[in-house]
Design a protein around this ligand. Structure first.
Ligand SMILES: [Fe+2]
Ligand SMILES: [Fe+2]
Length: 335
């Protein structure tokens, strides 16, 4: 276990950049934030050293001390807005956690089923909004679409595992989870359209809670889990032939650097927990605008679309920002 955390290249000042033409991407490369491995000879993710779940809620989403990122474009008002966004997110997350703690304190698999039903939703919501931006020509970044789909695919397999373990046996649990998911979808779409930074921070809070939940479960019941068989869907997903999407959601790793071994239920929950840690790191990185890169993206091709052709990029931070720029600087959108 040699992974001691992630480090970010360049400066977190991407908010102030305007991507006009992809040909300028070489200039921007050194300024983009991209998680890279410090060491690669690990078998497991060591999340405690790359983010601090126990510091939640005080140290989620901002800099290492819990403060908003010290961006050069930040002014007093922006920092105040970031604080407000994070406070609202933490309040919302804490409220949902209290409800789940009350309803599911002694039914672990049902609790995990509800969590995983909800966990897929934000990635689908992000993709929905990005599709709309694509249609309007405001935001065309293939990496975001690819990574968010891979995250959603990973969460779907967590859900399938919980279903195979019987977490969805009760009608009430299915009813509750699915109705929360519908509400959560529309809430995330609205939040993401208004402020992607806030939506990504909210997701980071949720992922952090998921990590802590599984971590506690493993510590409490690890020995029992080692004597139980792994669900077939887990073996297929983690050790199956095509692991492209498995690599794709882990943006702080190089592809092919994590290949789980699934011998029992303990291994399954260890890997689900580690997946949540990867989601958490990605959601944190996403709060710096324009920073997300697919692990499969060749750095030399960052300025090109899937057809290899340079594409014009409009730098908008949410729908409100795009409308504002289309009015104040229409050339940014037309280019
Ligand atoms: Fe999950
Ligand atoms: Fe997750």
């Amino acid at each position: 276990m040699g992974l001691h955390g992630v480090r970010f290249r360049g400066q977190p000042g991407a908010l102030s950049f305007h991507y006009e033409y992809a040909g300028r991407a070489c200039l921007l490369k050194s300024c983009r934030v991209r998680a890279t491995l410090l060491q690669e000879n690990e078998e497991e993710v060591v999340v405690e050293k790359s983010f601090a779940p126990k510091s939640f809620p005080g140290n989620v989403g901002g800099g290492s001390n819990g403060e908003p990122p010290d961006d050069s474009s930040s002014n007093g008002l922006e920092k105040w807005v970031i604080k407000l966004e994070q406070s609202v997110n933490i309040l919302l997350t804490d409220s949902v956690i209290k409800i789940l703690d009350t309803l599911y304190h002694d039914r672990n698999y049902a609790r995990f089923f509800v969590l995983e039903t909800i966990a897929r939703v934000p990635y689908f919501a992000f993709i929905s909004v990005l599709h709309m931006y694509e249609s309007f020509g405001w935001w065309r970044r293939a990496d975001y679409m690819k990574v968010h789909f891979a995250e959603s695919w990973n969460e779907m397999h967590h859900l399938l595992i919980m279903e195979e373990l019987g977490g969805n046996a009760w009608w009430f649990d299915r009813f509750l989870a699915q109705h929360i998911a519908i509400f959560y979808y529309f809430m995330t779409v609205l939040m993401y359209a208004l402020s992607p930074r806030m939506a990504y921070h909210f997701s980071e809070c949720v992922e952090s809670h998921a990590y802590e939940t599984y971590d506690k479960f493993i510590k409490d019941q690890g020995e029992e889990l080692k004597n139980l068989p792994a669900p077939k869907i887990a073996v297929d997903y983690y050790t199956g032939g095509d692991l492209y999407l498995f690599d794709e959601f882990q943006t702080s790793r190089e592809p092919n650097t994590r290949r789980p071994k699934i011998d029992n239920l303990y291994d399954v929950f260890m890997n689900i927990r580690d997946d949540e840690a990867e989601h958490c790191k990605t959601m944190k990185a996403c709060q710096t605008h324009g920073s997300l890169r697919s692990p499969h993206t060749n750095p030399c091709d960052e300025s090109e679309d899937d057809t290899g052709c340079p594409v014009p990029q409009a730098d908008c931070i949410g729908i409100v920002d795009c409308i504002k720029k289309s009015v104040t600087d229409p050339q940014v959108i037309k280019r």
